[in-house]
Design a protein around this ligand. Structure first.
Ligand code: T5A
Length: 222
């Protein structure tokens, strides 16, 4: 049986890592096999490309070139981590995935949409998320949260962009969620963490039925 694939999306400091971890704990509590991963990165090759991208070394080559590098990292991550995990029936929770490229490089960076679509076909194929949780926080608040978490360390390539760029991201994520209601759910993530976590758990239960997946596994093993 194919596992389940959930991606977490949103602008800077919206709580993606926090909620991916909390959901992983809940699913592991049901004795499900959970792979918690992130992009860019998540595999040996992709972590090397992450360093190039977030240091800003690829920025002078423009958003098309950055999109190509994100896709190269994604292809390695999908081939070596995500697809094998789904094939063995695991639940994959990924902190950012294709919507990040669509929104950061595509909408805010204005990369050529034909390049973005072609790269998706090559790097992702049929390994699309079953559910994408889009965490919605005003950019001013998200950037403050991200800065507080960094505790004085310097901002990365994308955090350093002007507020206008982050406003574009915020609007683009809301539009993306609206355009794909079968896959995406927009979540008001300004609320306290425990309330956001409860809403996420309710959505996951309604859409993907983890309790039932656990029961089928137990039946298959007996
Ligand atoms: N990128 C990535 C692209 O441009 N294209 C792509 O295709 C991909 C995959 C990755 C960067 O790369 C870009 C996007 C990014 O700029 P990253 O270091 O992986 O960079 O960082 P981000 O994914 O942006 O993650 P952040 O660490 O900025 O934010 P998170 O994960 O959304 O937020 P999190 O969970 O770390 O929370 C931030 C702080 O807020 C607190 C947390 O405790 C933490 O301190 N917090 C809350 N506080 C109050 N109330 C709540 N409800 C809170 N939820 C969390």
């Amino acid at each position: 049986m194919r596992g389940r694939f959930i991606s977490f999306e949103g602008g800077e400091g919206t709580g993606k890592s926090t909620h991916a971890k909390l959901l992983a704990e809940r699913l592991r509590g049901l004795a499900l096999d959970v792979v918690l991963t992130r992009e860019p990165g998540g595999s040996v090759g992709a972590e090397i490309i992450r360093h190039v991208l977030l240091s800003g070394a690829a920025q002078p080559f423009g958003p098309d070139a950055e999109a190509i590098l994100f896709a190269a990292a994604r292809a390695d991550h999908v081939d070596t981590v995500i697809r094998p995990a789904l094939q063995r029936g695991a639940w994959v929770l990924c902190d950012r995935f294709i919507d990040s490229t669509r929104v950061y490089q595509g909408v805010a960076g204005q990369a050529d949409p034909r390049i973005i679509r072609a790269l998706e076909r090559i790097s992702v194929g049929d390994a699309m998320p079953d559910l994408t949780l889009v965490l919605d926080v005003l950019p001013e608040i998200g950037l403050q949260r991200a800065a507080a978490r960094r505790r004085g360390e310097s901002a990365d390539r994308f955090e350093q962009e002007a507020l206008d760029f982050h406003v574009k991201l915020h609007n683009a994520y809301r539009a993306a969620a609206e355009q794909a209601p079968g896959r995406c759910v927009l979540i008001d993530a300004v609320r306290p963490k425990d309330r956001v976590a409860e809403e996420i758990w309710t959505i996951v239960q309604q859409r993907l039925e983890p309790g039932r997946a656990r029961a089928s596994l137990a039946q298959a093993a007996s």
